[in-house]
Ligand binder design. Structure first.
Ligand code: NI
Ligand code: MN
Length: 226
């Protein structure tokens, strides 16, 4: 798998030849000014919830790439009204089988309204299962005992967890989440973009290390292989 960071909670993951894009928030992110959204490849765009910092560039990238947008039903209907034609609604607990692997929608503890105030359904996370490996993309969420179900359900090779605190769990709770999901290889997200979620990156990495876990904080624009 090739993983590219586009800032905030937005990652591209190339898996079995398909490009997945998670929660695109790029053109309004001052830290991501070097990213050209017109150059981003996507076959599937996965949206965890309706907040601006997860959905701002969905319409543009979806129309540009013709990618299928996978999200909850309420966001699906909102996007359709905006002229995004290729969409697929899911809800928590459901699994979608695709050519590259499976997408399972899982619990997230968070709110979800659209940028214009429309009701945005329930926030969710995703577990991606494939022959190249499996991972958990938590979206915006608090630490929750429901994460233990992910640990019991599937071997997770790595996970994207929010660590910025204030709107989501922070570093200390993300370390506990590792134990719940039985995965110690974490890529951090949802930090530094806004003043209220700025973190001490070295301290965060060291806290994980002290617990025998690995926190990777990718530079924006960088690609790694897993
Ligand atoms: Ni949010
Ligand atoms: Mn957010």
């Amino acid at each position: 798998m090739n993983i590219t960071y586009y800032g905030h909670s937005c990652f591209g993951v190339e898996i079995n030849g398909k490009h997945l894009l998670f929660d695109p928030f790029i053109s309004h992110n001052k830290l991501a000014i070097n990213i050209n959204i017109n150059a981003i490849k996507a076959d599937y765009i996965l949206i965890t919830h309706g907040h601006e910092d997860h959905i701002a560039d969905v319409e543009a990238i979806a129309k540009n790439t013709k990618a299928k947008v996978i999200c909850n039903g309420e966001i699906n209907d909102w996007l359709v009204r905006k002229g995004v034609e290729n969409t697929h609604p899911m809800n928590i607990g459901g699994k979608l089988k695709l050519e590259f692997g499976n997408i399972k929608a899982v619990v997230a503890i968070h709110s979800s309204s659209m940028p214009d105030g429309t009701y945005g359904g329930t926030a969710m996370g995703f577990v991606i299962e494939s022959t190249e490996g499996s991972f958990y993309y938590a979206g915006d969420t608090a630490l929750t005992y429901d994460m233990k179900l992910i640990g019991e359900y599937r071997n997770i090779n790595f996970a994207f967890l929010p660590i910025g605190d204030n709107y989501t769990m922070g570093v200390d709770n993300a370390i506990i989440a590792c134990n719940f999901i039985k995965c110690d290889d974490i890529i951090g997200m949802h930090y530094d973009t806004f003043e209220s979620i700025q973190i001490d990156k070295n301290e965060a990495i060291n806290k994980f290390k002290q617990q025998g876990k690995k926190l990777t904080l990718m530079p924006i624009g960088e690609t790694i292989t897993k």
